[in-house]
Write a protein that binds this ligand. Structure first.
Ligand code: PRX
Length: 659
């Protein structure tokens, strides 16, 4: 984030108090801050017993004696699927709609009640048992946004089998490394999903991933969604609907210890290898249900909630599956893109399903702004009463547009800061309490202690910037990096001893409210998707024509950041690229290569072929300078460069531009 943007942010003085009618009915209240400050553990114990059903109650709230390895509700036992499904049916809410599914093809809708969900998760759990899955076995899930994705996750949770969902936009190679890392025994996928008006195949990526022959996958369960032709491996592949039909209809959820792993989800870090972030059952469920109640203000009896995230990211895990379902909420799940078949699709869904709470990402809001406010104006959005934002910093202009055009100047906005690692919302307004400011995530929620510190780990005074940290353990915190406890300690707990380092920069304003500014490490945020510069660099360097690569995230008006790559070619490739017309072809080839290695989401917006990369004397690439070039800024200070003429070379000799 530039100094200029920072300065703009700090000039933001508008505030919005919650409407009185909203405040009087809100789940989150001012006295929760005081209660949590007075006795944090007692506060979390109360939330744990309010929002979650325990098959065995806990006697200890937190054990932090083995820091940074936390134990929350250690001797308690519970089942996440029982909490998300069975108990609502037992309480007489079986007829309540759990999911209003909206497929991308128009008219393709399906309402699934909690009773339907109960029937499905029992059969799915039994089908998994029939395939040899039991407590502690891992299952990989590679599905688009269809209800079976939630059913598959819950069925795993029912058995105490940790799931690892891989976002459908990741490539076969990315899927392969993740399946291998968690040693999944079963993969759950589908023939394909609908994307921009067409069936888009998914299963071929699973076939390619398993062709390596070096995974522990014995069976592949295939949901039939599009009915497209699908290659089949006899003995390994089974249709989901056949397996469920053959399975017994009843299954009792298996209680697990609070610390039993619920899932593993990979996220990009600062090295080439993604991290398997893993979460434990009890604490994760508690903080998710609690935040969905007090931040999103979900009232399960009356609200229609819609989180537009994909289930393949943490937001889908926490705020489509585990948070809202633990509360017994009714929600919308949409399969497709916001512009299919027309750019008003989201608003049509809000109107048709009478959505009351909408949770989406700044990149989507900026896209809607670009499309024009006459589009949402064609629909009745008066059912909305709360708006949420997640995934990246929201600029004040987008915040104001969201409030005025979508929220009709009446809905509070919650800008929620959190991460795959934090598992649940950490910093956010409480919509019935906080006087919000456009662009600020405001304050840690009751029960969480965040701060902004300087290089030495000292809390900065109001009006200053620094690094965002969390001071105390929280229930939904990651329990580690799968198979790599050292990396967990090094990445999160060593930069500032005794504090969790989030990797974000932040500023405290004059009132002490927090403005999250974005990553301070080599992690990019593109359309709310988290990508690692190093991972994309490794992908580029794995191409035979590339000798060296440097990747930076350049500011982009719509996607927040965009991937910009600088590559040095191998000498054989240089001559070829100099042929007329060959440069553009090479750039296209490299972009396709990144899509194959990681996924289409990681494709660089721009690839610049250069002769040199700016490096310090110790050989570290100076990404800051490259970012200046990518953002067309005056190139900054180059005095630490080993060879300062390199920047001139880059600026004057830019080769193929892949934009
Ligand atoms: O940089 C922060 C940004 O997203 C990162 C976490 O990405 P991920 O693990 O993929 O989780 C995204 C969904 C929770 C953070 O380190 N981020 C997330 N929410 C916000 C944000 N930046 C500013 N404001 C937010 N509300």
């Amino acid at each position: 984030m530039t100094e200029q943007t920072l300065a703009n942010l700090m000039q933001e003085t508008r505030t919005y108090a919650p409407p009185r009618e909203f405040a009087t009915q809100a789940n989150g209240t001012a006295d929760q801050y005081a209660a949590a400050t007075a006795d944090r553990e007692a506060f979390w114990a109360e939330q744990a017993r309010t929002y979650v059903a325990w098959s065995k109650d806990f006697t200890q709230v937190l054990d932090w004696s083995d820091a940074p390895f936390a134990t929350w509700f250690g001797d308690g036992e519970l089942n996440a699927c029982y909490n998300a499904v069975d108990r609502h049916v037992e309480a007489g809410h079986g007829d309540r709609v759990a999911i209003h599914f909206v497929g991308e093809p128009e008219g393709d809708t399906r309402d699934i009640t909690y009773a339907d969900l109960h029937a499905e998760v029992q059969r799915a759990a039994n089908a998994l048992v029939d395939l040899g899955i039991g407590k502690g076995d891992t299952v990989a899930i590679y599905l688009p946004m269809i209800p079976e994705a939630a059913v598959a996750m819950l069925a795993c949770a029912r058995l105490g089998a940790p799931h690892s969902v891989v976002f459908g936009g990741f490539s076969a190679e990315a899927l392969h490394s993740r399946v291998q890392d968690v040693q999944a025994k079963v993969v759950i996928t589908c023939d394909g999903g609908y994307r921009r008006g067409k069936p888009s195949a998914l299963k071929p990526a699973v076939d390619t991933a398993l062709e390596h022959g070096d995974t522990s996958v014995a069976k592949v369960l295939v949901v039939r969604r599009t009915g497209q032709d699908t290659a089949w491996t006899d003995g390994r592949d089974l249709w989901w609907h056949e397996a469920l039909e053959a399975a017994a209809p009843e299954h009792t959820a298996i209680p697990v210890e609070a610390e039993h792993p619920l899932f593993i989800l990979y996220t990009s870090g600062t090295t080439g290898k993604p991290k398997g972030i893993f979460h434990a059952t009890g604490g994760y469920l508690v903080q998710n249900a609690y935040t969905n109640a007090v931040v999103h203000d979900v009232h399960p009896e009356t609200d229609v909630y819609w989180c537009t995230a994909d289930i393949g990211w943490v937001t889908g895990h926490s705020y489509i599956v585990y948070g809202p379902m633990t509360l017994g909420a009714t929600q919308v799940m949409y399969e497709g893109t916001p512009d299919t078949p027309h750019q008003g699709r989201f608003w049509e869904i809000v109107q048709d399903k009478k959505v009351t709470i909408l949770y989406t990402a700044p990149t989507a809001i900026r896209t809607f702004m670009k499309w024009g406010e006459d589009i949402p104006a064609k629909f009745d959005l008066s059912s909305l009463r709360l708006l949420g934002s997640v995934g990246e910093p929201i600029n004040p202009e987008a915040w104001m547009w969201y409030r005025r055009v979508i929220g009709g100047d009446r809905c509070p906005i919650v800008d929620t800061w959190w991460q795959t690692e934090t598992g649940a919302i950490m910093i956010s307004p409480l919509p019935g309490v906080s006087e919000t400011k456009p662009g600020s995530a405001m304050q840690p929620i009751p029960g969480v202690t965040a701060d902004v510190v300087d290089d030495a780990g000292q809390s900065v005074p109001n009006g200053s910037g620094g690094y965002l940290v969390v001071r105390d353990p929280w229930p939904a915190m990651l329990r580690g990096v799968w198979g790599d406890p050292q990396r967990y300690q090094d990445t999160y707990w060593s930069r500032f001893p005794g504090m969790y380092f989030a990797g974000d920069g932040a500023k405290k304003d004059e009132d002490g409210d927090i403005w999250v500014l974005g990553r301070v490490d080599d992690v990019m945020n593109v359309s709310g998707h988290r990508l690692s510069t190093t991972e994309i660099e490794s992908a580029l360097v794995s191409h035979p024509k590339v000798a060296e690569a440097a990747v930076v995230g350049a500011t982009d008006a719509t996607t927040g950041q965009a991937v910009c790559a600088f590559v040095i070619l191998r000498s054989e490739a240089v001559a070829e690229a100099d042929e007329p017309g060959e440069g553009a072809e090479l750039v296209a080839e490299l972009r396709a290569h990144v899509a194959k290695e990681i996924g289409p989401i990681a494709k660089p917006r721009q690839i610049m072929v250069v002769q040199e990369l700016p490096k310090t004397r110790s050989g570290k690439i100076m990404r800051r300078l490259l970012r200046d070039v990518a953002e067309n800024r005056e190139v900054g200070d180059v005095t630490t460069l080993a060879d300062s003429s390199v920047m001139d070379l880059i600026k004057t000799g830019l080769g193929g531009d892949g934009s």
